[in-house]
Design a protein around this ligand. Structure first.
Ligand code: SF4
Length: 940
């Protein structure tokens, strides 16, 4: 952590440091800020003897947190490495100039008030985030809906799980996840649909892996167009054609009926609409499902039999289901099967939407979506409008739903929304149709962005930026995928002038003249008000009920243990499972089957755009890399964006592994503001686990760290009609081979100005390494070295070697500054791959030895630096080392762990270790398995 940046005492009172209220002043119990698993984190805190700022020394998984019982994945275990102050936004700015809070707050308040006065409340909007804490979210929603008087507040959770919300509401009458993590361990069958949990919900995946080890009879089915790491523990994988989930589950419903596997008692007693749903499903025979989903009939039959014959089954689904123009239908097709077979409301059962973000569910609880009121009440319900307004005593309440994310930015683009405040999210990278989002924000009269980082693609568009606190400073609550509310505790005080989001929002509200509703002293006051609203006139009508927490003291709030809602007089210590009595929150108290006709994805492939583009997350990165991209510990696993393609597609198109592809879609061509923005450029990785005709690329990269790897540009506004969730898993794209004569790696001690990188290379992608930065580039600019020399005058000594090879020129160049290595550049026509650890070791030295200079010129590292791609981020074990160990007889993940320690800490790499064991066990030598150690029969 940078010692010279002061941490402010303006907003950080001792009350913020909630850990001081805990039993040990050296241990803070908080929650991981990344995914929806919501792991508890124990932070060792040290108060230096000289009375200086608290220091965070170590993180461990909380052994007593029911989400993770001591585990953390690699992202969680590297929380301290990403918690430094480099890259933080530390002061408010207007048009790039530092200002004080008074000026910034008044300016935002005046501008919003002026636009509302001139154009009405519908001319302003908030776009918020599942990264906000519930308390932040609550006041943002209260300001927009209760005081400004419009429902134009939406959240990036719209992109993540709004289809799951709509489906739960249609089926159960409430946005209520029926099951919990323990059910995943108790199930006979787990079906993962559109989920690579091994990478996206790693701790949950490890719990399941362990449960399967303890109970080998447990079956796991994965349903995903791609075969991912999650499939490593699966008994069956269905590589369905992208977008055909509803057909598959309609087929299952039909199968259950045909094979007498319905729970007729459950259907009769607790549900409605079964006949209509079955009517739609009955055309979905095994044959038709196999044909439409494009998978073997025998696999369809196996899956259906497994589901039908398992007494307890959980279907766990996430973005692969939700991010679709028919995401709500897909989720309902899954729920239909659980209702029809009575696999709901009991141990080991349920349709389980795994949320992506740490507080997606908390945002839903306080009404952070444009189509709901606070406390799970409905905007279009006059009684609910009255309940919320009377509780808030607010001047206004919206009567109609506001703009959902895609429509919101569309209205900004059209000029109807004239002021937007974006909080803790980066829509330039995460929203579809990047070109249109960029021109919307450029045109918008007034853009405010509050964030904890100083630089990202969206901040670059802001008129006003407001510094917010980050993890380790924020203080409040989050709700994870299983309805469990946990405390994220403030441990450090705010750095620079940063403030908590709830404070920023309340200050602006008061400056707009809304003194009454926003006078909170600390987050516990907001939490009590939120809990009170869930209880207010509830009478058992709404699932979300925190009435047992509405009067907790500040101390009790600080000591709040993780607890699952509802928490009320009947369930004072929370509720593990919902709907155990077969009663739902619909008007009839019965669950609703939904009759479904499968729909094709909205953007179809064509002769011009023949490939489907699927998208997703990688193991060690989170969202747009603004935090996880800060440390080499997390960038080493996958160091740049890529596009996966099946080898057959590659062969047909004359593409080889590592080639660069220019990827375009109809939408990228329509909305791009420049030629460069019309296309995404990435290296291709051939991947036999990919379906032919379908590509996959990760979502994390942006204009902040690469020239052209932000794939949001390729997705259109196509969205689910019910939920408004955009179709971020299915675009139609074309690929074109790019032939760059120069490919290389550029290592630098200091970050280079990206304008210089744009000048010297057509393609570049930058990551942090331990001692500086690594830029991968591709270029046809033979003058790039002279341009670098001109622009880096402090590098006084330049060394260069050139070799002619059959494949063309090879150049190795390095530059010294004050005797130490400042820059090393390796290029040839064939993408060199220098070992990062080797260059790190040289960058670390104050002066290079002659033999080291010579090694750089020959591009020949010491053999000690030949680990290859990083697989285990915790113990820094590379692929080559692991493969060598496998060849020496470490033929299991456990043996690799014993030998190299890889996989023995957070376990996130275990699926990759399994894959390596599988592919290298029999390569080049014979490995004797334990089972084969038996005497050979003689005389035969
Ligand atoms: Fe954080 Fe990993 Fe747990 Fe998700 S699984 S909450 S990223 S530690």
């Amino acid at each position: 952590m940078s010692a010279h940046i002061p941490r402010s005492s303006i907003v950080a009172t001792e009350n913020d440091r909630a850990f001081d209220c805990q039993p040990s002043p050296t241990l803070a119990k908080t929650t991981c800020p990344y995914c929806g698993v919501g792991c508890g984190v124990d932070v060792q805190v040290e108060k230096p003897a000289d009375g200086g700022e608290y220091r965070l020394n170590q993180v461990n998984g909380s052994s007593d947190h029911p989400a993770n019982f001591g585990r953390l994945c690699v992202k969680g275990s590297k929380l301290l490495e990403t918690n430094g102050l480099e890259g933080r936004l530390l002061s408010p700015k207007i048009q790039g100039q530092d200002v004080d809070w008074q000026q910034a707050t008044q300016h935002v308040a005046n501008k919003f008030s002026q636009i509302i006065a001139e154009h009405g409340p519908g001319a302003v909007a908030f776009y918020v985030s599942g990264q906000l804490l519930t308390e932040d979210y609550y006041v943002a929603n209260k300001l927009m809906k209760g005081y400004i008087g419009t429902a134009n507040i939406d959240t990036n959770s719209r992109l993540c799980m709004s289809s799951a919300v709509s489906a739960y509401k249609r089926a159960f009458g409430a946005d209520a996840v029926p099951c919990n993590y323990e059910d995943l361990e108790l199930a006979d069958l787990i079906v993962f649909i559109g989920s690579n949990a091994a990478w996206t919900h790693p701790v949950l995946f490890q719990r399941i892996e362990r449960a399967k080890k303890l109970n080998p009879a447990m079956k796991i089915v994965t349903i995903d167009p791609r075969q991912t790491g999650t499939g490593e523990i699966a008994d069956l994988h269905l590589a369905i054609k992208s977008g055909t989930d509803t057909a598959l589950f309609n087929g299952l419903l039909h199968y259950l009926k045909q094979h007498n596997k319905l729970d007729q008692n459950y259907i009769d007693a607790n549900t409605e609409g079964f006949d209509a749903a079955l009517d739609c499903a009955k055309q979905w025979t095994l044959e038709k499902v196999a044909q439409v989903c494009d998978i073997p009939l025998i696999d369809v039959a196996k899956f259906y039999a497994l589901f039908a014959d398992s007494d307890k089954a959980v279907s766990a689904y996430t973005m692969g289901v939700n991010q679709s123009s028919s995401g709500t239908d897909k989720a309902n097709s899954i729920i239909n099967c659980h209702l029809a077979s009575g696999k709901l409301g009991r141990e080991g059962c349920g349709p389980f939407s795994l949320t992506g973000q740490p507080n997606a569910m908390g945002g839903r609880e306080v009404g952070g979506l444009a189509n709901m009121l606070a406390a799970h009440m409905d905007i279009d319900n006059p009684q609910h409008q009255q309940i919320v307004q009377s509780y808030w005593q607010s001047p206004a309440i919206p009567k109609t739903i506001g703009m959902k994310a895609v429509d919101m930015f569309d209205e900004v683009h059209k000029g109807n929304i004239k002021a937007i405040w974006i909080m803790a999210t980066n829509p330039m990278v995460s929203m579809p149709n990047r070109g249109k989002i960029a021109s919307a924000l450029q045109k918008c009269e007034f853009v405010v962005v509050s964030d904890c980082v100083a630089k990202n693609d969206t901040l670059a568009m802001a008129d006003v930026v407001l510094p917010a606190t980050g993890w380790s400073e924020k203080n409040g609550t989050v709700t994870n995928s299983e309805r469990r509310i946990s405390r994220q505790r403030g441990i450090l005080s705010a750095p620079g002038l940063a403030k908590h989001d709830w404070q920023i929002i309340c200050d602006v509200a008061k400056a707009m003249g809304f003194e009454q509703g926003f006078n909170y002293l600390n987050p516990s006051e907001i939490f009590r008000e939120h809990a009170g609203l869930t209880a207010y006139k509830n009478h058992g009508l709404r699932a979300l009920d925190l009435s047992a927490l509405q009067h907790i003291s500040e101390k009790e709030y600080d000591r709040l243990k993780p607890v699952q809602w509802p928490i009320n007089a009947n369930n004072r210590s929370g509720t593990q499972r919902l709907f155990t009595d077969g009663q739902f929150y619909t008007a009839s108290k019965k669950a609703q089957f939904i009759a479904l006709q499968p729909k094709a994805p909205e953007v179809a492939t064509s002769a011009d755009f023949p490939f489907v583009l699927n998208s997703g997350r990688i193991r060690d990165q989170w969202h747009t890399m603004t935090r996880t991209g800060k440390t080499a510990e997390l960038t080493g696993h996958i160091d740049r964006a890529f596009v996966h393609m099946h080898p057959l597609d590659a062969k047909q198109n004359g593409i080889c592994d590592g080639d660069f592809l220019e990827i375009t879609s109809a939408i990228s061509q329509k909305h791009a503001q420049t030629e460069q923005h019309k296309k995404v450029i990435m290296p291709v990785k051939l991947q036999p686990q990919q379906r032919t005709g379908e590509l996959f690329a990760p979502i994390h990269w942006s204009g902040t760290n690469s020239s052209s790897s932000a794939i949001a540009a390729l997705y259109s506004d196509a969205s689910d009609a019910v939920s408004g969730q955009p179709e971020l898993k299915h675009s139609a794209v074309n690929v074109k081979l790019c032939n760059y004569p120069l490919h290389g790696q550029l290592f630098t001690r200091k970050k280079l100005d990206h304008r210089l990188l744009n000048q010297v290379a057509e393609y570049w992608s930058e990551i942090a390494i331990d001692q500086g930065y690594l830029v991968y580039f591709a270029s046809d600019n033979a003058e790039m070295v002279s341009e670098l020399q001109v622009n880096l005058p402090l590098c006084t000594e330049w060394f260069s070697s050139r070799q002619k090879t059959e494949l063309g020129d090879k150049r190795n160049i390095f530059a010294l500054r004050d005797g130490g290595l400042d820059l090393a550049l390796f290029w040839d026509s064939n993408a060199p791959q220098m070992d990062v650890n080797w260059i790190n070791s040289l960058l670390q030295q104050t002066a290079l030895l002659d033999e080291q200079k010579s090694a750089l010129l020959r591009a020949t590292p010491d053999p000690a630096f030949a680990q290859g791609r990083l697989i285990c981020s915790c113990f820094k074990v590379g692929e080559n080392t692991i493969v060598e160990a496998i060849k020496q007889g470490c033929n299991s993940v456990d043996k690799l762990g014993d030998e190299l320690k890889c996989g023995t800490n957070c376990g996130s790499c275990k699926t990759e270790l399994k894959q390596l064991v599988k592919s290298h066990t029999y390569e080049g030598n014979i490995t004797i398995l334990d089972a084969e150690l038996k005497p050979l029969q003689t005389g035969t």
